[in-house]
Design a binder for this molecule. Structure first.
Ligand SMILES: C[S@@+](CC[C@H](N)C(=O)[O-])C[C@H]1O[C@@H](n2cnc3c(N)ncnc32)[C@H](O)[C@@H]1O
Length: 367
């Protein structure tokens, strides 16, 4: 497992296909990746124009063992959608697909119907409510890595093909590991799609260029309080892998307009894109969105300025959506005053999602 993880991070030569890799994917990655997909789609599942009768049509690109599909099913069930899901899986690894199919059959989950295509990534025929690309985009065309722009152009073309397959309210969800290079590649592709006019639903609350790309080292990712199931913790310990918290990066594109932050209303909508940093006498956080014409802002509140109006600032964590009204904008950032309104939106939690029998169990820590 440790070798496979290192291989995905470019630190080992272990093949990511074959018997050993499949065993590690089945025994470890699968359970960790199901909640990732559930978390990545949680904001959009209520906006897909689904009724309770029509089967949900999903294209899972680079499906592997199907962890992303299970995550989507979990999110749908968590939001009250009980209908059948028809999934089309596409992957070059026939053995991974066969193992994924065996998991479906073993689960007894009759509401999930899977067909698969042993093929390289491409846009097939059909119309889909959801197209998922789970941890596969940044694995493609690695020979082009020295030419970041050319690679991003190529992947933007690829994603445009998937957007064309969506139903009018459908969504294309791209999930990537929360690693710097892999996530920055997603930021580059995101910028290209936005420039070409594809509506970006989440996570960004703005359509400007991603401010993380203005520096060499920054990147934006999610971090949720979802831990590995207890039975997997000893495996993670031995392999030296993390078992607390769930990290990933993602982007949700649609054909219709609208953003995840729309429910907040008004101006000053921002997303928390760093951890809350506590130092002597103050708390600081990076916010991304639109505040007085700025995109990425370091925002500070002195402890002595804490009031009921801005108390939500103390509870912020990465990924939260927040509205800030009446802050002071200076050269070095934004200051939360005693009278500044800080409103944190309740976010959809993967914790509300019921488990499919024995699949991807994960523990959600309460905040
Ligand atoms: C890291 S795994 C992710 C599996 C699954 N989506 C998940 O998130 O758990 C990447 C998958 O993409 C597949 N893959 C890699 N390159 C591909 C290509 N060019 N066309 C189709 N599948 C590809 C691999 O075989 C592998 O199953």
């Amino acid at each position: 497992m440790a070798a496979l993880s290192a291989s995905y991070n470019g630190l080992s030569d272990m093949p990511t296909t074959g018997e050993r890799a499949l065993a590690a994917r089945l025994g470890f990655s699968f359970a960790r990746d199901v909640p990732k997909a559930a978390a990545a789609v949680r904001e959009v599942v209520c906006h897909l124009g689904l009724d309770q009768e029509t089967p949900v049509r999903l294209l899972d690109v680079g499906a592997g063992l199907g962890a992303m599909t299970w995550g989507v099913l979990r999110a749908l069930r968590g939001h009250g959608h009980a209908q059948t899901m028809e999934a089309l899986w596409m992957d070059t690894d026939a053995r991974a697909l066969a193992l994924g199919q065996a998991i479906v059959e073993h689960s007894g989950q009759t509401a999930l119907q899977v067909r698969h295509l042993v093929q390289r990534v491409h846009a097939p025929a059909g119309r889909f409510h959801l197209v998922l690309m789970g941890q596969v985009l940044s694995e493609l065309d690695r020979e082009l890595e020295p030419n970041e722009d050319k690679r991003a152009d190529r992947h933007a073309d690829l994603l445009m093909g998937f957007v064309d397959l969506l139903t009018p309210d459908g969504a294309l969800v791209v999930v990537e590991p929360a690693l710097r290079d892999r996530t920055r590649h997603l930021h580059r592709v995101r910028d290209r799609l936005v420039t070409r006019g594809v509506p970006l639903f989440a996570p960004c609350l703005h359509d400007r260029g991603c401010p993380m790309l203005e520096t060499r080292d920054d990147w934006c990712h999610e971090k949720l309080a979802v831990d590995l199931p207890s039975w997997l913790v000893p495996v993670a310990r031995v392999a030296g892998l993390r078992y607390q918290g769930l990290t990933f990066s993602y982007a949700v594109f649609r054909r219709s307009a609208g953003k995840v932050g729309d429910r907040l209303g008004g101006a000053g909508k921002l997303r928390v894109v760093s951890d809350l940093l506590r130092t002597k006498g103050k708390r600081e956080v990076l916010l991304c969105g639109d505040l007085e014409g700025r995109c990425l802002v370091r925002t500070t509140r002195l402890d002595r300025d804490g009031t009921l109006t801005n108390a939500a600032f103390e509870t912020l964590s990465r990924g939260d959506l927040v509205r800030v009204e009446g802050a002071t904008c200076g050269v070095h950032g934004v200051r939360i005053e005693r009278t500044t309104l800080v409103e944190r939106s309740v976010r959809e939690s993967p914790g509300n999602l019921p488990q499919a029998r024995g699949i991807g169990t994960a523990t959600v820590r309460e905040r």
